[in-house]
Design a protein around this ligand. Structure first.
Ligand code: ADP
Length: 161
């Protein structure tokens, strides 16, 4: 039986830290399904469609990665898709508290979906989408923090504004 895990997040934009977690996930699961959250409350830098397109292009040669979108409760989406694990990345202790809360709340909602945590590589523990956006907005060097194609998109986006 093949195994699929759901890797949810905003990915605004996807960073090398996210890619690291996807690659680690592929060592354990047959498929990693990246689920871009549709969050109408947040004002994103890249639209959901842009994020899906950017992530899909990154993994075009990896058939074991699929990119989807979801709205509403993550565990409901996972259950509807017949997926029983959710993959999350941990950077530092500071992530733990939030992730612990999130996983506990989701466990209260259902016992059919379990959360799996993977620690990021040492090069990525300080990388977050929000910091990358901030640095890029001010023309700082973001090479190595995001894949090259994403770096180009960020530079282009901030040139326009
Ligand atoms: P959210 O909007 O839920 O914070 P993100 O897109 O920021 O989602 O991240 C999705 C998941 O990836 C979360 O589990 C987050 O902890 C993890 N993550 C984010 N950045 C990194 C990184 N640099 N290394 C490892 N995991 C990361």
């Amino acid at each position: 039986m093949s195994t699929t895990t759901l890797y949810p997040g905003s990915f605004d934009p996807i960073t090398c830290g996210h890619v690291d977690i996807v690659q680690r996930g592929l060592k354990v699961f047959d498929e990693v399904r990246i689920a871009v959250a549709i969050n109408l409350k947040k004002q994103p830098l890249f639209s959901v469609a842009e994020r899906v397109e950017m992530i899909s292009a990154l993994f075009v040669d990896e058939p074991r990665v699929r990119v989807v979108t979801f709205e509403g409760l993550l565990v409901d989406y996972a259950r509807r898709q017949g997926i029983s694990t959710v993959l999350r990345g941990l950077r530092a202790v500071s992530d733990f508290e939030f992730e612990f809360q999130l996983a506990s709340m989701n466990r209260r909602l259902t016992d059919e979906v379990d959360f799996i945590f993977m620690m990021t590589g040492e090069d990525h523990y300080f990388v977050s989408s929000s910091l990358v956006r901030e640095v890029a907005a001010h023309g700082g060097d973001i090479s190595g923090l995001v894949p090259k194609s994403i770096q180009a998109r960020l530079i282009e986006r901030f040139k326009q504004s």
